[in-house]
Design a protein around this ligand. Structure first.
Ligand code: PLP
Length: 442
């Protein structure tokens, strides 16, 4: 060990007392900053960091916030990407969350000073967007909405009638039939994997039936010799037999979407006669993680009053983000679905030029809605094609960029990348590829 180096290494306390390091400690917590200082001083003693560079190195090692989740550029071409947190919130929703994070009137009526209905404005905003729903309620996620329906309507040996072809695995090994059974509901399966007919439902409905459940196959498609029963005839049958029809549409579209004609939406399904619709808030609606329940007013009220509803209650941050999503400007998911492919190709060309034509080319690509719905429906998009060897360094860069490798190339698909991120994206690529900015010397 070099004694001189050891002598010249600053003391931990001295580095922690540096004003910029102290400011970081105030923002991120002293423990975390001290760990970085200790690690950096070790590197200094080993001769890897010059003593005068210690502070700058500590600051570079620190995260921007006290939480470890990083901002990531979703260049996968998948609009609602489960591993990237599904729907990104709109700026309006982010602002609303920041305000709600403090003490807030989520459950207080300010004019009277009395207790108010929790999240009344968010619920009103949801009801206003779906006038066909007599009642609305919001829980933690789509799965919680189904659990609430099962607990409130299908306890005590009552059965849920469901088609075999709709026994869906949602993801990460979780399955809707097991979810329903886990809270004590019994299932009465009808039909086969590929086909179910109105008569199958008619034969299965009896005095033990709690409700008929129709689940949208949002993450797979069955092709070939298939048939299912549409909402309208199923609703007619349910009405005749006096049992409610619950439809899990999954994606959370509130009204039909021009680009996703096969995707069910709450308004159409309610008009076709469903008594209750359940959906997620963070798929095609583009809001926070939430479970939406929309439908018959007395049915929704029964669910809302069930004891388990308290355990599925949403946070104030969710209510704030949901309201802002519903009444504010179009969230990123809606914006992505509205972008024209030619616009995306223009952006890809400009990006390829900015990165360097020897490294990058603009190409047509196929985007996807993703786990959120419309399985198998390609969305025409455009991408910047790069050498596949850049995939890992881009993921590990200062601003992580996640693309996808196809045919030996890395594609950075622009469908889910907001246009105002293009400059940062070009910088991120140039940084990892070691390319100087055009017009600048390295
Ligand atoms: C996504 C999905 C669910 C689960 O919703 P979460 O919000 O992830 O709990 C349930 N049913 C369908 C049809 C879905 O697409």
């Amino acid at each position: 060990m070099d004694d001189d180096r050891r002598r010249r290494t600053p003391r931990t306390d001295a580095v922690l007392a540096d004003p910029s390091v102290a400011a970081a400690a105030a923002r991120l917590g002293r423990g975390r900053v001290k760990e970085a200082v200790v690690a950096c001083l070790e590197a200094c003693r080993a001769g890897e960091v010059a003593p005068e560079d210690v502070v700058a190195h500590v600051l570079a090692m620190l995260p921007t916030t006290a939480a470890s989740m990083r901002r990531v550029v979703n260049a996968t071409g998948v609009v609602v990407h489960t591993n990237l947190g599904r729907a990104p919130l709109s700026q309006a929703a982010v602002d609303a969350v920041a305000v709600a994070a403090g003490a807030t009137d989520v459950e207080l009526d300010l004019p009277t000073g009395r207790r108010g209905r929790r999240g009344a404005a968010a619920l009103a905003a949801l009801a206003a967007r779906v006038p066909d729903a007599g009642g609305v309620h919001v829980v933690n996620n789509g799965a919680a909405a189904l659990v609430l329906a099962a607990c409130a309507l299908a306890s005590g040996g009552r059965r849920i009638v469901i088609a075999r072809g709709e026994l869906v695995e949602i993801g990460d090994g979780f399955r809707i039939p097991e979810l329903l059974q886990s809270v004590g509901a019994e299932l009465r399966e009808v039909g086969t994997t590929n086909r179910v007919h109105p008569a199958d439902y008619a034969d299965a409905i009896d005095d033990r039936t709690a409700f008929v459940l129709k689940v949208h196959p949002s993450n797979f498609r069955v092709e070939g010799f298939t048939s299912s029963v549409a909402v309208r005839p199923l609703a007619e049958l349910c009405r005749e037999r006096g049992v409610p029809l619950v439809v899990d549409i999954g994606s959370g579209l509130l009204a039909p979407h021009r680009r996703l004609p096969d995707e069910p939406d709450a308004t159409t399904v309610l008009r076709a006669g469903a008594d209750l619709v359940t959906a997620s808030g963070d798929k095609l609606l583009g809001g926070p993680q939430a479970g939406l329940l929309l439908g018959d007013a007395s049915l929704v009220e029964r669910l809302r009053r069930h004891p388990i509803a308290r355990a599925l209650r949403v946070d104030k941050l969710t209510l704030a983000a949901l309201e802002a999503t519903l009444v504010g400007p179009a969230p990123p998911v809606a914006a992505a679905l509205a972008t024209r492919p030619e616009e995306l190709l223009d952006r890809a060309r400009r990006l390829a030029l900015a990165i360097g034509p020897d490294l990058a080319t603009a190409v047509h690509s196929d985007g996807r809605v993703g786990g959120g719905g419309a399985p198998g429906v390609p969305l025409p998009s455009a991408a910047v094609a790069l050498p596949a060897s850049l995939a890992e360094p881009l993921r590990l860069g200062a601003l992580p960029v996640v693309g996808h490798v196809s045919d030996g190339r890395l594609l950075l698909d622009l469908l889910a990348v907001p246009a105002d991120l293009d400059d940062e994206l070009a910088d991120a690529v140039r940084r990892v590829a070691g390319v100087a900015r055009p017009g600048h010397t390295a």
